[in-house]
Write a protein that binds this ligand. Structure first.
Ligand SMILES: Nc1ncnc2c1ncn2[C@@H]1O[C@H](COP(=O)(O)OP(=O)(O)OP(=O)(O)O)[C@@H](O)[C@H]1O
Ligand SMILES: [Mg+2]
Length: 366
């Protein structure tokens, strides 16, 4: 389409604009493209980031298999809905326990299926680089199993970084500066505490008390105090809806809990108060606060000085529990900030770490 007007170049620009979308489309369709992939394989949630695409998967780390054939029946949200409701023909697996892989085959299958979401970009995983995030306290054997997992998927180039570091970056902290910062990442399986400076972790602590542990304690509380057996999904909902750590509650909100009566075996519904759940959660958070104190006591003096100025950033899904900032502020006497994106901060941080692989001293250029 060659049109002419009195300014020749106007037509050229128009053609470029028209062609642009199809050129992008072609490059996306180009088969066998290598990619940079960041994976936050959490106990509760799996998130996958693909460079140029963004977060392509953000769903529970749960997978359901046909017990007899081994065929995958559901992953993520759909598999989570089956928890506690399955018959003997369905096996539901959470491939991570306390932040580490406990079922390698299920973990591999889960990531494989998550990566299928990136299919329209024609990523060739066998030519890609993959970063997997892990809790800082994992052993070398546990790290090796993460690498082994990526290798089983056929990824030739894989490296591991600590979740606390990726989470700090994803929460917007400048971890590459000489100004120290502290991050507490409270997820589903572990609470990880890290002091970051000059691009890496200086001090770290980890405790295997986090979201799933809270859920189990809620199950125990409801069983012993209300004579009702409730499931994990119900406990998780109770924690998310009325869980709080506030010392003073403006109103003692309630929610329902459906379950099976311990004595009669019949279905029953009860009301639970926010103050009850707070009393279940507080002792558990005091244990996390004690781990934070341990990390603070091991922190070099100059970094302690920075933490007074900068405060502590909270990351991970349990940073969304009501009053968690007030609680840590009272326990530690330091300013507490909740990350703007506590559930996605880690995988968002992989974007920078993939760019700046292994270089702890240079702030990456975006
Ligand atoms: N709004 C909310 N209020 C309270 N808790 C929440 C909320 N949203 C999510 N959570 C809890 O956060 C936890 C999941 O957090 P996250 O996704 O950070 O964990 P994870 O990264 O999978 O686990 P980990 O890092 O320990 O292996 C779950 O226990 C979930 O119930
Ligand atoms: Mg996590």
């Amino acid at each position: 389409m060659k049109k002419k007007d009195n300014k020749n170049n106007t037509i050229e620009v128009k053609e470029q604009i028209e062609q642009q979308p199809s050129r992008i489309f072609n490059s996306m369709r180009n088969p066998n493209t290598s990619a940079k992939i960041g994976i936050d394989l959490g106990t509760a949630n799996l998130l996958v980031y693909v460079e140029g695409e963004g977060i392509i998967f953000n769903e529970p780390s749960v997978i359901a298999f046909d017990y007899y054939t081994g065929e995958v029946l559901a992953v993520g949200n759909n598999a989570e809905k089956m928890i506690g409701r399955n018959h003997k023909g369905i096996k539901i697996v959470s491939p991570l326990q306390s932040g580490v892989i406990s079922d390698m085959e299920a973990a591999k299958k889960l990531i494989e299926l998550a990566l299928k979401k990136a299919e329209n970009t024609d990523i060739d995983i066998t030519k890609s680089t993959c970063l997997i995030c892990c809790p800082s306290a994992v052993t070398q054997i546990e790290r090796d199993s993460m690498i082994q997992l990526a290798q089983k998927l056929g990824v030739p180039d894989v490296f591991i970084e600590e979740e606390v570091k990726a989470g700090g970056i994803g929460a917007g902290l400048d971890i590459y500066s000489s100004n120290g910062s502290m991050v507490i990442d409270m997820g589903g399986g572990t609470a990880d505490i890290g002091v970051l400076s000059l691009g890496d972790i200086v001090v770290s602590e980890s405790i295997r008390i986090a979201g799933s542990y809270f859920d189990n304690e809620i199950i125990n509380y409801v069983q012993y105090n209300h004579g009702l057996l409730i499931g994990k999904i119900t406990a998780k909902r109770i924690k998310e809806v009325i869980g709080t750590l506030r010392a003073q509650l403006p109103e003692d909100k309630t929610t329902y809990a459906n379950g099976r009566d311990v004595l009669t075996g019949l279905p029953r519904r009860i009301e639970l108060k926010q103050s009850e759940i707070r009393d279940v959660l507080r002792p558990l958070f005091i244990q996390i606060a004690n781990s934070v104190l341990k990390a603070l006591q091991a922190t070099p003096a100059e970094l302690s000085a920075d933490i007074i100025e900068n405060g502590i950033t909270l990351n991970g899904g349990c940073a969304l529990i009501d009053g968690v900032d007030e609680f840590f502020n009272k326990q530690l006497g330091l300013e507490i900030k909740i990350a703007p994106n506590p559930l996605t901060a880690i995988v968002e941080g992989t974007r920078i770490l993939l760019k700046n692989r292994g270089n702890y001293y240079v702030r990456p250029v975006d």
